[in-house]
Design a protein around this ligand. Structure first.
Ligand code: SAH
Length: 499
């Protein structure tokens, strides 16, 4: 059988723009992508359909898969005849054990190619405003692992490193920073030598801390500098003040949620990212009709036994009427029933079928509908609520205290795993604000958020494109933090810049 082929690809330091053209081609043609923590997983979006993704973790202290297992997986997938792209952060041969992975392939007779990448050891400094060499300050540079095995430790010539005027860049060194700085000082390096600590270089959450050699360890502790970080020792670090361009961009470091309407894709995300922020797109939700719904069929058969019917969403209306037509009936079947509706979208959908809702609360929430219905509802009434399986229980629970309620699930909203994960970020307060560019983006988000949306969104800044959208936000009982002065995407971006 064809033995497949492996591409060892450098994904660059993090910014998705910093991969080579060839590296990207390898992602696009791969049958399997094996990637680790430092390779930006945004690249996976570029893979072809059906491509298998294997995450092999790798934190310096917590290898999700030990290296020999990684080697095995790469070799195995290739020997199944597949194109395997092994995506590694930075350059594949700068630490990270790329050399060993390649050796195994040679030993196993598997064809392979290596695609170099921009190493964080150079590119990371660049994005922090630090040129790794400079005519006035550094005429060489040295890249050193800070994660030393005992026998490697002996190989490090601290004396030579301390004595040279080149820039020293330590990778995987944060856990060893005390030892590194002390060793350099002990061997005669000036304790005042500037040190830059750059975390998550080239990503939206890049952070740079500048200190000096004698204070490096304490400062790192105080500022909670964590891996992955680069330690840069040398006078070039001072240039950052002048040459920083990346952290100065207007939306730098801001994490902004962009909620899409069902089909709309967003140029807003692109703008946010270009200005240095991180747009988190909440994917739109999908509606899945409940099939073979005999309860719904029975309810329609006996529709005249109800006194009220409640619709809580546009989809609820659509699916109910679809069934009604399938059963050879139409709007006239609802003759005599009081029709209750939550939300302007729901009422609009009803009006397309020639129905004007009898009860329609001003605010688009179950609480308000209940308040309205409570005024007239009698114990002898029977209420039919065809609704989403995963919607709120509130209305039916409250109404059942007064009269008979038949709640029938007609559809469910399905949210894929990725949007749930993203939403968890929202919950944990990991975002600065949420943007809404239309009323349907508001409704979409609420649907994804589910029951406790008010508590979930509490404390997060909600930015609206204009008065109509703001109105919808308020109808859901939420507060608009700022509204764009001009109701356009650029207007929203202006608001974001000023947050
Ligand atoms: N092959 C990679 C390095 C792998 S070793 C490269 O060429 O960049 C892993 C170490 O690289 C991390 O511990 C950290 O010190 C450094 N590193 C990689 N990417 C980084 C980033 N975006 N920001 C800061 N440090 C990074």
């Amino acid at each position: 059988m064809n033995k497949g082929k492996v591409y060892l690809v450098g994904a660059g330091p993090g910014d998705t723009g910093l991969i080579t053209v060839k590296g990207l081609e390898c992602i696009k043609k791969a049958d399997v992508i094996i990637y680790d923590r430092l390779a930006n997983d945004e690249f996976l979006k570029e893979a072809k359909q059906g491509c298998e993704f294997i995450y092999v973790g790798k934190k310096s202290s917590n290898h999700i898969l030990p290296q020999d297992m990684i080697n095995r997986v790469i070799a195995e997938k290739a020997s199944e005849g597949k194109i395997v792209t092994r995506l590694k952060g930075g350059d594949p041969y700068v630490f990270g054990r790329g050399g060993e992975e390649a050796e195994i392939l040679v030993d196993e007779g598997i064809e392979f190619e290596v695609v170099p990448g921009i190493t964080s050891a150079i590119g990371g400094l660049c994005y922090a405003g630090i040129p790794i060499t400079h005519r006035d300050y550094a005429s060489s540079f040295h890249v050193i692992t800070g994660h030393l095995r005992e026998d490697e430790e002996r190989e490090i010539n601290w004396n030579a490193l301390a004595g040279c005027r080149g820039t020293l860049v330590f990778l995987m060194g944060i856990g060893n920073l005390k030892h590194i700085s002390e060793s350099l000082i002990k061997e005669g390096k000036d304790p005042k030598t500037p040190v830059a600590l750059i975390s998550w270089a080239t990503r939206y959450n890049q952070r740079t801390v500048v200190t000096d050699l004698e204070n490096a360890f304490e400062t790192a502790k105080e500022k909670n500098v964590k891996a992955p970080s680069l330690i840069v020792v040398g006078e070039v670090a001072w240039l950052r003040e002048k040459l920083d361009f990346f952290e100065k961009r207007p939306l730098f470091g801001k994490k902004v949620v962009v909620t899409r309407a069902r089909t709309q894709s967003s140029s807003l995300s692109e703008k946010i990212n270009r200005l240095g922020g991180k747009a988190v797109e909440l994917p739109s939700i999908k509606i899945e009709e409940i099939e073979k719904n005999t309860r719904l069929e029975n309810a329609i058969e006996n529709i005249q036994s109800y006194t009220h019917i409640v619709f809580t969403s546009r989809n609820g209306v659509e699916i109910f009427f679809k069934k009604l037509y399938e059963m050879n009936r139409d709007s006239r079947a609802l003759y005599g029933l009081k029709v209750c509706s939550i939300g302007s979208g729901t009422s609009e959908e009803l009006s397309k079928r020639g129905i004007k809702a009898d009860i329609e609360p001003e605010r688009f929430v179950s609480e308000s509908l209940f308040e309205e219905m409570k005024k007239t509802i009698k114990p002898s009434d029977r209420v039919l609520i065809p609704r989403a399986e995963n919607a709120r229980e509130f209305l039916s629970a409250k109404l059942s205290e007064i009269c008979n309620v038949d709640e029938i699930f007609t559809y469910r909203t399905v949210i894929d795993e990725s949007s749930r994960e993203i939403f968890e970020d929202v919950i944990s307060g990991g975002v600065d604000c949420i943007t809404f560019t239309s009323s349907s983006t508001v409704k979409n988000l609420i649907e994804i958020a589910g029951d406790g949306y008010r508590e979930i969104l509490d404390g997060i800044k909600l930015v609206s494109i204009g008065p109509v959208t703001s109105e919808t936000i308020r109808e859901f009982g939420l507060e608009v933090y700022r509204e764009a002065e001009v109701s356009t995407i650029d207007g929203v971006v202006e608001v974001l810049k000023s947050l």
